[in-house]
Design a protein around this ligand. Sequence first.
Ligand SMILES: Cc1ncc(COP(=O)(O)O)c(C=O)c1O
Length: 446
Amino acid sequence: MSNSSDRLSHLSPEEKRSLLAKLLQEKAAAKEAPEVPSAHYRFDLYPEYLQLKRQLAEITALGMHNPFFTVHERVSADTTVVAGRELINYSNYNYLGMCGDPVVNRAAQEAIDRYGTSACASRLSSGEKVLHRELERTIADFMGTEDCIVYVGGHATNVSTISHLFGRNDLILYDELSHNSIIQGCFLSGATTISFPHNDAAALDEILRDRRHRYRRVLIVIEGVYSTDGDIPNLPEFIAAKKRHKTFLMVDEAHSAGVLGKTGRGICEHFAANPADVDLWMGTLSKSFASCGGYIAGSTAVVEYLKYTSPGFVYSVGISPPNAAASLASLQVLQAEPERVTRLHQRAKLFLELAQARGLNTGMSRDSAVIPIIVGDTIKSIQMSHHMWERGINVQPMFYPSVPENAARLRFFMSCTHKEEQIRATVDILVEELYKLSGESNGRSQ
Ligand SMILES: Cc1ncc(COP(=O)(O)O)c(C=O)c1O
């Protein structure tokens, strides 16, 4: 047996010193951090960004115009103007024609004259205006709730409210087709989150029977109208499940407020339900109400708690005075002119019936102002959008990951401002273009 000093005994002191220096150098080099790949510190090399660039290049290579970020040159309602050309328009949420309405415009202008263009502070500190109070009172009365809180954005309303009211030890059950803002709020909350099959109150009930007792608070989240498919959940069944299992129920009415019900009071009116049976009525101001912002209508307790503590409200500026005034005026116009809702229902029904009669695949859409025409694959939806564009119709394609693969579609948003002739012409053109694209003789979409 020999130890290491024996093995080095033949070396001179000079050689030993130089060997030691070499070993120390090697050790230091080995300790140095490995090279950081440039994609880890450069956005232009993000694989996700490069993938996006490839997808956009594919659209251009097909000879299509990029359907995203189209610049519109005036108010968009039943028609719009792009690059000086007027198109029939189905690509925005101006359901009741409130955006661009002279009364609504004037209200926003007067608010600017009085308050300027910004609330300039969080409402909690010193951004509160009388308009904010009037808007919240009007929404609460319209919805039949005790009170209401208005946030500066619709997306932020969901994220901030859900993540703030629920946390560890809680369970959130949300419909599998829920909007991104709901899902973001769920994940941020730290609660256990489970999606249940679309519109399936029986499946939800089963999950609750299994799991309710393991959690402190439980929230069920559904939407009044699902924005990808234009279908409506059976609200009474969800209210029954909520009561049976002692949970909270939240309904996102982004696409149902102003749309469903005889007077536009949403899914609650549609089913003649009791507003008090839903704990959190969420809605956006960007669709039927000609503005930008979101609200939670509910009990005095939850609204007061959110106003003092919800991060997206407390640490964010108040909705701007012209935005608040526009929504307030929209609600007033809606109550004075409920025929706008009747007209919207008629126009959407006409579109749906004509499309179905021609064999187009309208998916699950019913009784709402969102009508998908499902064409199958992504490329086909982009091509169809392009061909419709060339024929003077603006309609956006929608594809994976926004909807399942092979369920890509054109999504038509209806407005009470659409004319019957526009709708008839649109369905005729749709059938012609689908026929041309698929080469099928009967013009059916898949
Ligand atoms: C169901 C749903 N919830 C919330 C939002 C967010 O609303 P906003 O666009 O006003 O921020 C949207 C937006 O389209 C939506 O469709």
